[in-house]
Every structure is written in C-alpha cells, then in structure tokens.
Design a protein around this ligand. Structure first.
Ligand code: A3P
Ligand code: MG
Ligand code: MG
Length: 382
C-alpha cells in the first residue's frame, strides 16, 4: 500500500501528552490513482515593510531584472538587516484570510476550507515521501472543520537557527543577496545591486486551491514578478541559488532539490523558477529558468528521480486521515485542543495530543487559544 495505517485509533489512546500509537507512512511506490490538484487561484497579496509590519499593499513587490554577470553574492553581507528566526505563527495569514472571507471571496462558510497553512509547511508535508534526512513537527488545531497547521520549532531548534555557524549564515545570505541582484522596485531597472538585504521585507500571496476533495488556503512569499503584475500569479517568479554542477553526482543532488523547488512554487501557482548557479565562494556563474510545470517531465526516468503524483496522493491521504482522526477525537477536548504531528523520515507521521503545559507553551504567553490569536478565535466562534 502507498500509505499505511499501522495502528487504528481508539478513543482510549487519547490521553493528553501521551504519544498516540498511530502512524501513517508514506511510500515512494507508484501512485495508484491520480489526485487532482486545482490550479491555485490568487485571493490577496500583502507586504511586510522594513520593520516587518503587515500592510495590504504591494509595496514589497519586486520586478525581475537579469543580474550582472559574475555578480558577487557576498556583496553587502555586513549591511544585512536580519530578521531573527521565530515561531511560524499564522497571524498575518489569518488577517489576510479574514479579510477575504469578509469580502465573501472564499465562501461565507469557513467550514468549506479544509486546511489553512503557510506554504512552507505544505511543502514539507507533500515532499515527505522522498525525505530521508530531516524530520519535522507541526502543531495542528481543528476548528469548525478547518485544520490549521503551524510549524513547531522547539526552543532548542530556534536557538540553533539564530546562532548558525558563520559559514552557514554566509550561505544563507547568498540566497537573499541573489534576490537583491535580481529584483528591483521598478520594472526594467538597470542591472545591478537593488538595495541592501533586509529580510523583514516580504511580498506574500494568499491562494485558494484544492487537493483531492480538500479545499486549501495557502500563503507564501513570492520573490518577484516578470515585467508586470495584474493580480494574477502567472507572472510570478521564484528565485533560487544552487552550487555549480560539476558532475553526475552534483546533477543528481540538484534534481533532488528540484522536488522542493517544484512544490514550493506549485502550491502558490508560481509558473517560473530562476536558478542562479554559483561557486562555493558565492560568485554567480550561470542562470537557468525552469517552467515549474515542466520540471516533473524533465527529471522523469533519471536516477533518484521523483514523481509528484506520489506526493499528491500521500498529501491527500494524510490530510484526509488527519481531519477524520481529529474529528473523531473531538470529544477529548474541544476545538481549543492542540495536536502535534511529528514526521520521521522513512517512518511516518505520528499524532500526539498536547497536555495543558505543552499547550500553554505553544501559546507562548500571548493572547491565544492554542496557537490561534484570540481575535481570530472570536472571529470564528462569535
Ligand atoms: P536559496 O533558496 O536560494 O538558498 P526562498 O528561496 O524560499 O525565497 O528563500 C530565500 C533564501 O532564504 C534562500 O535562498 C535561503 O538562503 C534562505 N532560506 C530559506 N529557507 C531557509 C531554510 N529553511 N533554512 C535556511 N535558509 C533558508
Ligand atoms: Mg522567497
Ligand atoms: Mg527564493
């Protein structure tokens, strides 16, 4: 079977804090059925300014410009205004979602929407069948028929991210620097450096889509657009950096990375990915543009290749299973109950019900019900 339920849930298992002996395992065997994925429809875009304040404008939108040849990605490193890593709260996504709901764009009944999530979490879920290195954890709530996903970062992992070794931090900077070489506030700008990196600034897109029978609302950052933007996602561009490919092994490694590039863009309906290849020391060498939808065909049949259908099938089964399981456990605490889903590569996902102390910790001492902001809670249960 493609996804295996190794233990069936029983209500006796649902003691807060105790791991529930329930797991689901993705496999990479051929997909037995095709799971449809609806073309993501843009709902709203928004920006964060240079102090990371949310505004419903396109102020942070950028236009693609070809970078100068051999641009140095280390340029401007010492002037980088770096946003600290923090918990992946849903707050701004929920503000945007609330705004479009009030406009009636996603249907008045929130119950129609099966999942609300940032794009990064959905990418991790969908690529799980092929993940053999990194595990992940997320917090989940089921309120009024909708699953809310929040990335769970342990305090230790947060510390680790904020105290990255300097070489790793430099590599991370290369990715942001590439954006400053490639994206300007005005269309058709002269190639060059388009301003020092401030990772507070982001332009985001909120979309509505459907995986199998589940409607999803997903938000994520969009790096830039090509020439114009008229409210659709068909001119959006994702920028990526990657090390030069020097041989078959590098090529294989890159094709594996393409799985994540692909789903990251696919989920928001971003049709183009521009990869800047670089030397280990951060000098740009070549650029390559990929049409997102053509990537699966490009890598098909290659060694260590992947099949997006496997990911969609797994994603559909996972989401359906999670929704049904949590709904059947609704008696073990109301919608304020928080669950933790843990993924271990090659093993699968496991659901744990959080106890009161853990739930409080997830709330972080802020005005929240579980991890949802109180204002949003009132919004759905008023
Ligand atoms: P690259 O992906 O080119 O390395 P994104 O590509 O998603 O727009 O992100 C921009 C840059 O942020 C990345 O550039 C990378 O440098 C950094 N980044 C994004 N996600 C990261 C993660 N999970 N860990 C470390 N760096 C990350
Ligand atoms: Mg980005
Ligand atoms: Mg990018």
């Amino acid at each position: 079977t493609r996804a295996r339920r190794s233990t069936s849930p029983t209500h006796n298992d649902t003691r807060p804090g105790s791991p529930i002996a329930l797991s689901y395992t993705p496999t990479t065997q051929a997909a037995s059925r095709a799971v449809p994925f609806q073309q993501p429809a843009p709902l709203l875009t928004f920006s964060y300014d240079d102090s990371h304040t949310l505004e419903f404008t396109n102020a942070a939108m950028r236009y693609y410009v070809e970078p100068p040849p051999r641009a140095e990605l280390s340029y401007g490193y010492e002037r980088w205004v770096r946003r600290p890593d923090e918990r992946g709260r849903l707050d701004s996504l929920l503000r945007a979602y609330t705004k479009v709901r009030a406009q009636g764009v996603v249907g008045a009944a929130g119950a129609e929407i099966g999942v609300v999530s940032w794009r990064g979490v959905m990418t991790r879920i969908l690529t799980a069948p092929y993940e053999n290195r990194d595990g992940w954890e997320m917090n989940v709530m089921l309120c009024d028929g909708t699953l809310y996903f929040e990335e769970h970062l342990t305090e230790a992992r947060l510390q680790e991210k904020n105290n990255m070794p300097s070489h790793q931090r430099t590599q991370t900077y290369y990715g942001y620097s590439f954006e400053s070489w490639c994206a300007a506030s005005e269309p058709r700008a002269v190639p060059g450096w388009h301003g020092d990196v401030n990772t507070n600034v982001q332009w985001c897109s909120l979309v509505k889509t459907k995986l199998g029978a589940t409607r999803l609302v997903i938000g994520g950052e969009v790096d830039c657009v090509r020439d114009r933007y008229d409210g659709r996602n068909d001119t959006m561009v994702e920028l990526k950096t990657s090390m030069n490919i020097r041989g078959p092994q590098d090529e294989q490694r890159f094709e594996k990375k393409l799985l994540k590039f692909y789903f990251q863009s696919f989920l928001l309906g971003v049709p183009e990915i521009i990869v800047g290849f670089r030397t280990p020391k951060g000098q740009l060498t070549t650029l390559q543009s990929f049409k997102t939808m053509q990537i699966p065909r490009m890598i098909r049949g290659k060694p260590d290749s992947w099949d997006p259908q496997i990911c969609l099938l797994w994603g559909d089964e996972f989401v359906t299973w999670l929704r049904q399981t949590l709904a059947s456990w609704a008696g073990s605490g109301g919608p304020e109950r928080v669950w933790r889903v843990k993924f271990a590569p090659g093993v699968g996902v496991e659901i744990v019900m959080l106890n009161d102390a853990e739930t409080k910790d997830v709330g972080g001492g802020e005005e929240r019900v579980g991890f949802l902001p109180s204002w949003y809670w009132k919004e759905i249960y008023q």
